[in-house]
Design a protein around this ligand. Structure first.
Ligand SMILES: CC(C)(COP(=O)(O)OP(=O)(O)OC[C@H]1O[C@@H](n2cnc3c(N)ncnc32)[C@H](O)[C@@H]1OP(=O)(O)O)[C@@H](O)C(=O)NCCC(=O)NCCS
Length: 171
């Protein structure tokens, strides 16, 4: 049976940086995503308060979700990437907790739009829908269902346009 835990979420502090790198390194097969997080941290696309950790009851970060500035056409939006959870803690809700906290923090800052390129079986649970259905595209070729977008409030429907990523993404 899968254990479900009430993960604690909060914005990263400088003390969390090594633990976040360890989480991202452990979650992915290559160091590319961990290097991406470090590159984003010193990039203008970084927004304080939108790098979220999920911690265990002892305060140890086990999950991480990051939102950085991107644009849909000329409209400011956020890019959700990467999301990572320590392998031993996966599928216990830590990733979902970090993503939900990141989206809530973004909404609280007055942000309207979020894009994600990822598993089409995972992100719809947060409200993401296929980006192409909103006229949102990419400059690279990806499976259509992998590119998703979310409007954080009903008053601001998603704009159409091509997603422009922060420079560290290299897209
Ligand atoms: C993907 C990831 C962030 C999800 O976090 P998590 O804490 O394991 O997931 P949660 O416990 O919040 O949610 C579990 C659900 O996600 C699903 N899930 C987990 N990994 C998934 C994947 N790679 N693809 C599709 N669904 C996935 C589980 O099947 C489960 O579904 P259910 O709730 O319907 O049973 C985490 O598994 C991870 O770090 N994976 C490796 C790195 C990665 O692929 N990151 C995402 C890049 S888009």
């Amino acid at each position: 049976m899968t254990t479900r835990i009430d993960w604690i979420t909060r914005a990263e502090t400088s003390a969390d940086i090594p633990a976040i790198r360890d989480i991202v390194l452990a979650a992915f097969d290559t160091p590319l995503e961990a290097d991406l997080v470090d590159a984003l941290r010193t990039d203008p696309s970084w927004i304080e308060g939108l790098s979220i950790v999920a911690t265990d009851p002892g305060g140890r970060p086990v999950g991480h979700a990051l939102l950085t500035r991107c644009h849909i056409g000329d409209v400011p939006a956020l890019c959700l990437a990467p999301v990572a959870v320590l392998p031993e803690c996966q599928k216990t809700g830590a990733g979902s907790a970090a993503v939900r906290a990141a989206l809530k923090a973004a909404k609280g800052m007055g942000e309207h739009f979020v894009t994600v390129l990822g598993h089409p079986a995972y992100y719809p649970r947060f409200g993401f829908t296929r980006a192409s259905a909103h006229g949102i595209g990419l400059t690279i070729d990806v499976p259509d269902e992998a590119m998703m977008a979310l409007a954080l409030d009903a008053d601001h429907p998603l704009p159409a346009g091509t997603v422009r990523y922060a420079a560290p993404f290299g897209i």
